[in-house]
Design a protein around this ligand. Sequence first.
Ligand SMILES: [Mn+2]
Length: 506
Amino acid sequence: MAAAPHPSSVAPPEVTMELHAGNRDRLVAALRAHLSASARPLHGLVLLQGGEERTRYCTDHLELFRQESYFAYLFGVQEPGLYGAIDIVSGQSILFAPRLPADYAVWMGEIKPLSYFKDKYKVDMVFYVDEIAQVLQDRFGVHGKPLLFVLYGKNTDSGNYSKPASFEGMEKFDSDSSTLHPILTECRVIKSDMEIALIQYANDVSSEAHIEVMRQARPGMKEYQLESIFLHHVYMYGGCRYCSYTCICATGENSSVLHYGHAAAPNDRTLNDGDMALMDMGAEYHFYGSDITCSYPINGKFSNNQTIIYNAVLRAHNAVITHMWPGVNWMDMHKLAEQTILESLKKERIIHGDVTDMMTQRLGSVFMPHGLGHLLGIDTHDPGGYPEGLERPKEPGLSSLRTIRELKEGMVITVEPGCYFIDALLIPARDDPVSSKFFNWEEIEKYKRFGGVRIESDVYVTAHGCKNLTNCPRETWEIEAVMAGAPWPLRASTEKSTNNGLPKAS
Ligand SMILES: [Mn+2]
């Protein structure tokens, strides 16, 4: 009897706490450099408060806890209710664990001793939360009150502020709530090799799950069944209990709804023959995530119109990746993607006129209203896109950019151009005499219920270029072959028979 093919080639990796020790070392070095440069004394402690468990509204139903991201970055701690400190003089790390009530052991399991946290998270010391004031004073207050660097600052994607640590007895300490946030955020922007390995793993698992979804998609299924296949695959084979964000499983017209899949639009449409699917899904492993979008025809065969729009987006995706290296400005990459899409649409007579004029009129934002991509790490929209002094642009399309930074070696950023037919944008464009003349409205009419296409990969900026961490079929013929049952990566013989004799891009 022939053995069944193994359903997955991934296996959850061991995670070493050296990753988080490395993150702490980088923070201490950056903080010390900043203090030296501003002629401030080199003493004090970084103090962070980890996330807390929440119940569903007024009930006793505990929602599954996921650690606050800055705390996860520095300490890698899974449990709720802890605090963490780092002495910037010695680099020593201290965790403070909650003192749990005796009946915790009845309902939630054994109450772990402090030594458990010390071993598990490889920190220098562990105490109870109710001992914070005393420990900080006794051990770090020999020369007076120790200064506490607490985390307070704005998330430039949400507009929300991080919550600075607070504990009983805090008023006895001096605290600084402005220095830490920009420095710690900047540390998160540049990934270490160990962080990259986890983001690569999240990408491997998610790429494989996307391919599984692609293979099983059929007319007559529901969008949520595609979501379910993805979730099952990343958890069953990849050990990923969390996703980086809510799955967007949009088909047909829904694929032009940029954040489809939320509770009011819950991936519940029936898939039709002739629909495009836009699947934006990414798993998370040990806090580090992925963010991947695949677009393909539900029936496994691209129509002429689907090929036109798909290839316009793929050209933009590939053009950007070809041009990414340290020093390149992200706004220029966004414009490169827009221009590539506009040129393709012009070639197909969907729009007409001078592409330079279109760019001046910001016409690209009618087809791609979102930004080209965002930093990725412990958060899907990782912080650091707009450090102090960098202003968000105001023009249509550009105002949606989550960063306009220069690329630096060690960044991970998503490349996710898209082309959508959104009535809420096309109708005002038709009513506007300046933009209206660029459109061939008869052609546009043919895409009325098309929805949209997005292709999204996670890209790591290296010293001399970049590396695409995502591994999904991208060419139309690759997608068609995989949907017809070909293995991925394609074998040479399959490639030759399906690429129409065209040379393959290296
Ligand atoms: Mn994204």
